[in-house]
Design a protein around this ligand. Structure first.
Ligand code: AMP
Length: 294
C-alpha cells in the first residue's frame, strides 16, 4: 500500500510559534532546512525551496522585508509585497512553515548592533549600499537563532551576500551549513528578481542585455589581463542608453578582492549592478575552479 505524506503548511507571524515547532522537530530528530526571503517570490526562490525540500526533513521559509538592509527609504517602500500569492506558491512546494513577522514585532526595538566584514564588504554592493550587509547579517543572525536550521539556502545571484553569510557563520560559529544555489534566469537569460516586477516589457528586454554583457566578459576572460574582458563587457552595455551601469568588475568570489593581472584565483566572478527604468538590478557569473587555482 502506498502511503502519501500530507504536508500541511502553517503560516505564523510570531517567533515564539516558530520556536515551538523547532523544539518539536528537534525532539523528533528532524533536520530543518531554511530559506530566508523577502517575499514577492519567483522561480529563483522556489528553486531554493525545492533544494531544501529534497535535502531536509522539514522546510521553513521566512518572508520578511528587512528594513535594516535598505539604505534608501523609497526602495524599501517600493519593494513588492504579496504574502497571499507567496503562501500559495510555497504550499505547492510543500514547505512546512512560513515565518512572516511584522517589522515591529520582529525588532521589538531597533538593533543597536552593526556588523563589519572588512574588505568583504568594502566593494560592490557594500560600497554602493552603506550599511546593507550589516542589516543582512543582523537579520540573518536573528533568523538563525529562531529557526536553528541544519542547512540554510541562499542564491548565488547575491554572490557577495553568500560570501558575507559564510563568514558570519564561521565568525559567530553558527552550527549550520550554507548551501549556495545557482541563479535562476528567464528565457532571455535575465536573472529572476522580485524587482523585475517593476520593469515594463521593454525594460525586461533591455535588462536581459546585462546577462549578455556578463557572458561576453566570461568568454573573453584572460587572467593575464582581466581588465580587457571587463572593458569589452562595459563597451557592449554602454551601447544601450536605457542601461545605467553602476559597476562591472572581476572579483574573487570568496574574498571579493579584485582579480589582478597574472595572480591566480580559483573562482573569478564578474559582478555588475545597473539601473534599468530606475530599477536597480544585480547579477554575476562565476568561472568555477578556474585553472584549479594553480
Ligand atoms: P530575496 O527575497 O531577494 O532576499 O532573496 C531570497 C533568496 O533568494 C536569496 O538567497 C537570494 O539570493 C535568492 N534568489 C533571489 N533571486 C534568485 C535567483 N534568480 N536565482 C536563485 N536564487 C535567487
Amino acid at each position: 500500500m502506498l502511503i502519501l505524506k500530507k504536508i500541511v503548511m502553517e503560516v505564523v507571524h510570531r517567533k515564539d510559534l516558530v520556536k515551538y515547532h523547532v523544539r518539536n522537530w528537534q525532539n523528533q530528530k528532524k533536520t530543518i532546512g531554511f530559506v530566508p526571503t523577502m517575499g514577492a517570490l519567483h522561480e529563483g526562490h522556489l528553486s531554493l525551496v525545492r533544494r531544501a525540500r529534497a535535502e531536509c526533513d522539514v522546510v521553513v521559509v521566512s518572508i520578511f522585508v528587512n528594513p535594516l538592509q535598505f539604505n534608501q527609504a523609497a526602495d524599501l517602500e517600493k519593494y513588492p509585497r504579496n504574502l497571499e500569492a507567496d503562501c500559495r506558491m510555497l504550499e505547492a512546494e510543500q514547505a512546512d512553515l512560513i515565518f512572516a513577522p511584522d517589522a515591529d514585532a520582529f525588532y521589538e526595538r531597533i538593533p543597536a548592533i552593526s556588523m563589519e566584514f572588512g574588505p568583504l564588504t568594502s566593494v560592490l554592493e557594500g560600497e554602493m549600499r552603506p550599511g546593507h550587509f550589516s542589516g543582512v547579517a543582523v537579520v540573518v543572525s536573528r533568523l538563525f537563532h529562531i529557526v536553528e536550521p541544519a542547512k540554510a539556502y541562499f542564491g548565488s545571484k547575491d554572490l557577495q551576500q553568500v560570501a558575507v553569510v559564510k563568514r558570519l557563520i564561521q565568525d559567530l560559529d553558527f552550527n549550520l551549513q550554507l548551501v549556495a544555489c545557482p541563479t535562476a534566469r528567464n528565457e532571455d537569460g535575465l536573472a529572476l528578481s522580485s524587482r523585475n516586477a517593476r520593469l515594463s516589457p521593454a525594460g525586461l528586454k533591455t535588462a536581459s542585455q546585462l546577462n549578455k554583457g556578463l557572458s561576453l566578459a566570461m568568454a573573453e576572460f584572460d587572467i593575464q589581463n582581466p581588465d580587457a574582458s571587463q572593458m569589452a563587457a562595459k563597451r557592449f552595455l554602454e551601447k544601450f542608453s536605457d542601461i545605467e551601469l553602476e559597476y562591472l568588475e572581476w572579483v574573487d568570489a570568496d574574498t571579493m578582492e579584485p582579480v589582478l593581472p597574472g595572480i591566480p584565483v580559483s573562482n573569478p566572478a564578474i559582478c555588475l549592478a545597473a539601473r534599468v527604468e530606475g530599477v536597480r538590478l544585480i547579477d554575476n557569473m562565476v568561472l568555477e575552479n578556474h585553472g584549479n587555482g594553480c
